[in-house]
Design a protein around this ligand. Structure first.
Ligand code: SF4
Length: 283
Protein backbone atom coordinates (compact mmCIF):
# COMPACT_ATOMS: atom_id res chain seq x y z
CA UNK A 1 0.00 0.00 0.00
CA UNK A 2 1.30 3.46 -0.82
CA UNK A 3 1.01 6.53 1.35
CA UNK A 4 -1.49 9.21 0.49
CA UNK A 5 -0.06 12.02 -1.58
CA UNK A 6 -0.07 15.34 0.24
CA UNK A 7 -3.02 17.57 -0.57
CA UNK A 8 -0.80 20.64 -0.61
CA UNK A 9 2.79 21.75 -0.39
CA UNK A 10 4.25 25.04 0.74
CA UNK A 11 7.74 26.39 0.04
CA UNK A 12 8.60 25.53 3.63
CA UNK A 13 7.35 21.98 3.08
CA UNK A 14 9.49 21.76 -0.05
CA UNK A 15 12.47 22.82 2.05
CA UNK A 16 11.52 20.25 4.65
CA UNK A 17 11.41 17.53 2.00
CA UNK A 18 14.90 18.45 0.85
CA UNK A 19 16.22 18.57 4.42
CA UNK A 20 14.54 15.45 5.79
CA UNK A 21 12.01 13.28 3.98
CA UNK A 22 10.67 11.79 7.22
CA UNK A 23 9.91 15.19 8.73
CA UNK A 24 8.10 16.04 5.48
CA UNK A 25 6.03 12.89 5.66
CA UNK A 26 5.05 13.41 9.29
CA UNK A 27 4.03 16.99 8.61
CA UNK A 28 2.55 16.99 5.09
CA UNK A 29 1.14 13.46 4.83
CA UNK A 30 0.44 12.27 8.36
CA UNK A 31 -0.47 15.83 9.29
CA UNK A 32 0.85 15.50 12.79
CA UNK A 33 0.54 18.82 14.58
CA UNK A 34 3.80 20.55 15.32
CA UNK A 35 3.99 22.27 18.68
CA UNK A 36 3.69 26.05 18.33
CA UNK A 37 6.91 27.99 18.77
CA UNK A 38 7.48 31.52 19.97
CA UNK A 39 9.53 32.20 16.86
CA UNK A 40 6.74 31.22 14.45
CA UNK A 41 4.16 33.05 16.54
CA UNK A 42 6.24 36.22 16.45
CA UNK A 43 6.51 35.95 12.67
CA UNK A 44 2.74 35.67 12.39
CA UNK A 45 2.25 38.74 14.60
CA UNK A 46 4.65 40.87 12.55
CA UNK A 47 3.09 39.74 9.25
CA UNK A 48 -0.36 40.65 10.57
CA UNK A 49 0.81 44.06 11.79
CA UNK A 50 2.28 44.90 8.37
CA UNK A 51 -0.85 43.66 6.65
CA UNK A 52 -2.99 45.94 8.81
CA UNK A 53 -0.65 48.86 8.14
CA UNK A 54 -0.54 48.45 4.37
CA UNK A 55 -4.15 47.52 3.79
CA UNK A 56 -6.02 49.70 6.27
CA UNK A 57 -3.91 52.84 6.02
CA UNK A 58 -3.71 54.96 2.86
CA UNK A 59 -0.43 56.28 1.48
CA UNK A 60 0.63 59.16 3.70
CA UNK A 61 -0.72 57.55 6.87
CA UNK A 62 1.74 54.73 7.34
CA UNK A 63 4.03 56.03 10.07
CA UNK A 64 6.12 53.94 12.45
CA UNK A 65 3.85 55.05 15.27
CA UNK A 66 0.82 53.71 13.38
CA UNK A 67 2.66 50.50 12.60
CA UNK A 68 3.42 49.93 16.26
CA UNK A 69 -0.23 50.48 17.12
CA UNK A 70 -1.14 47.86 14.53
CA UNK A 71 1.44 45.56 16.08
CA UNK A 72 -0.19 45.92 19.49
CA UNK A 73 -3.55 45.09 17.95
CA UNK A 74 -2.14 42.10 16.07
CA UNK A 75 -0.50 40.78 19.21
CA UNK A 76 -3.71 41.07 21.25
CA UNK A 77 -5.69 39.31 18.49
CA UNK A 78 -3.25 36.46 18.11
CA UNK A 79 -2.63 35.93 21.81
CA UNK A 80 -6.34 35.15 22.07
CA UNK A 81 -6.11 32.63 19.19
CA UNK A 82 -5.31 28.92 19.29
CA UNK A 83 -1.55 29.28 18.92
CA UNK A 84 -1.31 32.15 21.40
CA UNK A 85 -3.39 30.32 23.97
CA UNK A 86 -1.28 27.17 23.59
CA UNK A 87 1.94 29.12 24.10
CA UNK A 88 0.53 30.82 27.21
CA UNK A 89 2.94 33.75 26.94
CA UNK A 90 3.01 36.12 29.88
CA UNK A 91 5.27 38.34 31.92
CA UNK A 92 8.87 38.73 30.86
CA UNK A 93 8.60 36.28 27.98
CA UNK A 94 5.70 38.21 26.47
CA UNK A 95 7.49 41.54 26.88
CA UNK A 96 10.59 40.10 25.20
CA UNK A 97 8.48 38.97 22.28
CA UNK A 98 6.79 42.37 22.05
CA UNK A 99 10.11 44.21 22.12
CA UNK A 100 11.61 41.96 19.44
CA UNK A 101 8.52 42.27 17.23
CA UNK A 102 8.71 46.06 17.59
CA UNK A 103 12.33 45.94 16.50
CA UNK A 104 11.38 43.90 13.42
CA UNK A 105 8.65 46.39 12.50
CA UNK A 106 11.11 49.24 13.02
CA UNK A 107 13.59 47.48 10.74
CA UNK A 108 10.91 47.32 8.05
CA UNK A 109 11.02 51.11 7.87
CA UNK A 110 14.76 50.92 7.19
CA UNK A 111 14.08 48.87 4.07
CA UNK A 112 11.40 51.01 2.46
CA UNK A 113 9.03 53.92 2.94
CA UNK A 114 5.56 52.34 3.18
CA UNK A 115 3.94 55.61 2.11
CA UNK A 116 5.46 55.11 -1.35
CA UNK A 117 3.90 51.67 -1.86
CA UNK A 118 0.79 51.45 -4.08
CA UNK A 119 -0.78 48.35 -2.59
CA UNK A 120 -3.04 46.22 -4.80
CA UNK A 121 -3.61 43.49 -2.24
CA UNK A 122 -2.29 41.78 0.87
CA UNK A 123 -2.32 38.13 1.91
CA UNK A 124 -3.47 37.16 -1.59
CA UNK A 125 -4.37 33.53 -2.05
CA UNK A 126 -3.53 32.47 -5.60
CA UNK A 127 -4.06 29.10 -7.20
CA UNK A 128 -3.04 27.76 -10.58
CA UNK A 129 -3.04 24.42 -12.36
CA UNK A 130 0.16 23.34 -14.05
CA UNK A 131 -0.58 21.91 -17.45
CA UNK A 132 0.19 18.23 -18.18
CA UNK A 133 1.11 17.42 -14.59
CA UNK A 134 -2.31 17.76 -12.89
CA UNK A 135 -0.57 19.83 -10.27
CA UNK A 136 -2.45 22.66 -8.65
CA UNK A 137 -0.16 25.38 -7.36
CA UNK A 138 -1.53 27.56 -4.63
CA UNK A 139 0.07 30.22 -2.56
CA UNK A 140 -0.30 33.24 -0.36
CA UNK A 141 1.49 36.41 -1.43
CA UNK A 142 2.17 38.80 1.43
CA UNK A 143 1.76 41.89 -0.74
CA UNK A 144 1.15 42.77 -4.39
CA UNK A 145 1.79 46.32 -5.50
CA UNK A 146 2.20 48.49 -8.60
CA UNK A 147 5.40 50.44 -9.11
CA UNK A 148 5.68 53.91 -10.65
CA UNK A 149 6.02 52.36 -14.14
CA UNK A 150 2.74 50.49 -13.75
CA UNK A 151 4.48 47.15 -13.28
CA UNK A 152 3.57 44.50 -10.72
CA UNK A 153 5.85 43.88 -7.74
CA UNK A 154 5.50 40.95 -5.33
CA UNK A 155 6.79 41.41 -1.76
CA UNK A 156 7.38 38.71 0.82
CA UNK A 157 8.29 39.50 4.42
CA UNK A 158 10.75 37.30 6.28
CA UNK A 159 11.21 37.45 10.04
CA UNK A 160 13.76 34.66 10.44
CA UNK A 161 17.45 35.00 9.73
CA UNK A 162 18.38 35.33 6.06
CA UNK A 163 20.50 32.48 4.68
CA UNK A 164 24.19 33.26 4.23
CA UNK A 165 25.59 34.84 1.08
CA UNK A 166 26.92 31.46 -0.05
CA UNK A 167 23.34 30.19 -0.22
CA UNK A 168 22.22 32.55 -2.94
CA UNK A 169 20.00 29.94 -4.58
CA UNK A 170 18.18 29.29 -1.33
CA UNK A 171 17.70 32.99 -0.73
CA UNK A 172 16.03 33.45 -4.09
CA UNK A 173 14.21 30.13 -4.33
CA UNK A 174 10.98 31.44 -2.83
CA UNK A 175 11.12 34.52 -5.03
CA UNK A 176 10.78 32.48 -8.18
CA UNK A 177 7.85 30.56 -6.74
CA UNK A 178 5.94 33.79 -6.26
CA UNK A 179 6.84 35.08 -9.70
CA UNK A 180 5.65 31.86 -11.31
CA UNK A 181 2.41 31.89 -9.37
CA UNK A 182 1.72 35.54 -10.15
CA UNK A 183 2.32 35.11 -13.87
CA UNK A 184 0.20 32.00 -14.13
CA UNK A 185 -2.68 33.40 -12.10
CA UNK A 186 -2.76 37.02 -13.24
CA UNK A 187 -1.49 36.43 -16.77
CA UNK A 188 1.21 38.99 -16.14
CA UNK A 189 4.75 38.48 -14.99
CA UNK A 190 5.81 40.74 -12.10
CA UNK A 191 8.65 43.07 -13.00
CA UNK A 192 10.22 42.41 -9.64
CA UNK A 193 9.91 40.11 -6.66
CA UNK A 194 11.48 41.10 -3.36
CA UNK A 195 12.15 39.44 -0.06
CA UNK A 196 12.26 41.85 2.87
CA UNK A 197 14.32 40.20 5.62
CA UNK A 198 13.34 42.24 8.66
CA UNK A 199 15.90 40.80 11.07
CA UNK A 200 19.07 42.01 9.34
CA UNK A 201 17.41 44.15 7.78
CA UNK A 202 18.09 43.10 4.19
CA UNK A 203 16.15 43.39 0.94
CA UNK A 204 16.73 40.77 -1.76
CA UNK A 205 15.23 41.53 -5.13
CA UNK A 206 15.03 39.56 -8.34
CA UNK A 207 13.76 40.18 -11.84
CA UNK A 208 11.90 37.11 -13.11
CA UNK A 209 12.93 35.87 -16.54
CA UNK A 210 11.83 33.17 -19.00
CA UNK A 211 14.70 31.09 -17.64
CA UNK A 212 13.82 31.52 -13.95
CA UNK A 213 10.12 30.82 -14.55
CA UNK A 214 10.90 27.67 -16.55
CA UNK A 215 13.42 26.62 -13.90
CA UNK A 216 10.82 26.93 -11.18
CA UNK A 217 8.35 24.80 -13.10
CA UNK A 218 11.00 22.14 -13.65
CA UNK A 219 11.93 22.21 -9.96
CA UNK A 220 8.29 21.92 -8.82
CA UNK A 221 7.74 18.95 -11.13
CA UNK A 222 10.95 17.25 -10.01
CA UNK A 223 10.03 17.64 -6.34
CA UNK A 224 6.56 16.39 -7.02
CA UNK A 225 7.93 13.31 -8.82
CA UNK A 226 10.21 12.59 -5.86
CA UNK A 227 7.32 12.94 -3.40
CA UNK A 228 5.16 10.61 -5.49
CA UNK A 229 7.93 8.05 -5.65
CA UNK A 230 8.50 8.24 -1.89
CA UNK A 231 4.75 7.85 -1.26
CA UNK A 232 4.53 4.90 -3.61
CA UNK A 233 7.47 3.14 -1.96
CA UNK A 234 6.62 4.36 1.56
CA UNK A 235 10.20 5.49 1.72
CA UNK A 236 10.63 8.68 3.72
CA UNK A 237 13.96 8.31 5.49
CA UNK A 238 15.16 10.40 8.42
CA UNK A 239 18.10 12.61 7.62
CA UNK A 240 19.60 13.92 10.86
CA UNK A 241 21.10 17.39 10.70
CA UNK A 242 20.89 20.83 12.27
CA UNK A 243 17.15 20.89 11.51
CA UNK A 244 16.62 18.21 14.20
CA UNK A 245 17.17 20.98 16.74
CA UNK A 246 13.78 22.52 15.94
CA UNK A 247 11.97 19.42 14.67
CA UNK A 248 8.89 18.54 16.71
CA UNK A 249 8.80 14.87 15.67
CA UNK A 250 11.49 13.25 17.83
CA UNK A 251 8.93 10.89 19.38
CA UNK A 252 8.33 9.31 15.94
CA UNK A 253 11.85 9.52 14.53
CA UNK A 254 13.99 6.35 14.65
CA UNK A 255 17.12 8.50 14.29
CA UNK A 256 16.21 10.12 17.61
CA UNK A 257 15.19 6.92 19.40
CA UNK A 258 11.52 7.48 18.53
CA UNK A 259 9.01 4.99 17.17
CA UNK A 260 7.45 5.51 13.74
CA UNK A 261 4.76 2.93 14.48
CA UNK A 262 3.23 5.43 16.91
CA UNK A 263 2.05 7.56 13.97
CA UNK A 264 -1.77 7.31 13.76
CA UNK A 265 -2.53 5.26 10.64
CA UNK A 266 -5.94 6.79 9.99
CA UNK A 267 -4.20 9.83 8.56
CA UNK A 268 -2.79 7.75 5.68
CA UNK A 269 -4.51 5.98 2.84
CA UNK A 270 -4.55 5.35 -0.91
CA UNK A 271 -3.56 8.02 -3.37
CA UNK A 272 -6.35 10.44 -4.29
CA UNK A 273 -7.26 11.02 -7.94
CA UNK A 274 -6.55 14.73 -7.74
CA UNK A 275 -3.43 16.30 -6.37
CA UNK A 276 -2.80 19.82 -5.19
CA UNK A 277 0.53 21.55 -4.75
CA UNK A 278 0.23 24.74 -2.73
CA UNK A 279 2.95 27.27 -2.24
CA UNK A 280 2.54 29.50 0.79
CA UNK A 281 4.56 32.40 2.07
CA UNK A 282 6.92 31.62 4.98
CA UNK A 283 7.69 33.54 7.94
S1 SF4 B 1 14.41 14.63 14.25
FE1 SF4 B 1 15.75 15.10 12.51
S2 SF4 B 1 15.94 13.19 11.35
FE2 SF4 B 1 14.18 12.98 12.73
S3 SF4 B 1 12.39 13.58 11.52
FE3 SF4 B 1 13.09 15.39 12.62
S4 SF4 B 1 14.49 16.43 11.17
FE4 SF4 B 1 14.24 14.32 10.45
Amino acid sequence: MSLQLPASLTPSKVSTFKECALAFRLSAIDKLPEPPTVQAFKGTVVHRALELLMWEEPQGGRSLETALRKLGRALDELLAGTEGTALGLAGEELEELRADAEELVGNYFVLEDPDEVRVLGTELRLQVDVSESRLRLRGIIDRLEMDTDGELVVTDYKTGRAPGVSQEGLRLGGVHFYAFLCEQFLGRRPARVQLLHLREPLAISSTPSDQSIAGLERQALAIWAAVRRACSEEDFRPKPGPQCGWCGFHAYCPAQGGDLSLVPREATGPNPATVQLSLEATA
